[in-house]
Each structure stands twice: as C-alpha cells, then as structure tokens.
Ligand binder design. Structure first.
Ligand SMILES: Nc1ncnc2c1ncn2[C@@H]1O[C@H](COP(=O)(O)OP(=O)(O)O)[C@@H](O)[C@H]1O
Ligand SMILES: [Mg+2]
Length: 70
C-alpha cells in the first residue's frame, strides 16, 4: 500500500514515520496536565513535508484528553 495521498493537508492512508513526534506530543499533554515544565512544540519544514497532517493528528490527540482545540 502506498502511504502517500496527494493533496495539501489530506490525511494519508498511513501516517508514516511520525512515531517520535506523536509520542513527544503525548508526553507534552501528560506533563501539562501535571503542571510540569513543558516547552511546547514548533513544526517547521518545506511545503509538503507533512506539517498540517501532523498538526491535525496532534489536534485529535489533544481532544482525546479533553483539550479545547481551535
Ligand atoms: N507521515 C506521512 N505519511 C504519509 N503521507 C504523509 C505524511 N505526512 C504527510 N503526508 C502527505 O503529504 C502531503 C503533504 O502533507 P501536508 O501536511 O499538507 O504538508 P505541509 O503542511 O507540510 O505542506 C499530503 O498529501 C499528506 O497526505
Ligand atoms: Mg500545510
């Protein structure tokens, strides 16, 4: 199966190679809940590398923890 689905911001069939970022964001959520020091995250990269798709994934992760996402 090709994990690529052409189209800006379109959710791919498989979000490949983002395990570290997804785990880091989960850690950020847990630390923030505990009011532990956390530095936030910044996604940067050339057009098409997957920032929007990853950000949308983060939004879904945050909503699972009852965060308000806008
Ligand atoms: N981790 C990934 N695995 C597979 N395809 C991806 C992944 N991240 C992004 N894509 C695909 O790449 C394309 C560009 O993603 P997008 O999030 O719009 O990039 P950016 O916001 O950085 O310009 C989209 O077609 C998207 O489905
Ligand atoms: Mg984008």
């Amino acid at each position: 199966m090709n994990p690529f689905a052409p189209g800006s911001g379109l959710k791919p069939p498989a979000l490949e190679g983002r395990e570290a970022e997804i785990e880091a964001f989960d850690r950020l959520i847990v630390r923030t809940k505990r009011q532990a020091a956390e530095r936030g995250m910044l996604l940067s990269g050339l057009r098409g590398v997957g920032k929007t798709v990853l950000l949308n994934n983060f939004a879904a992760q945050a909503e699972l923890h009852d965060w308000f996402v806008c």
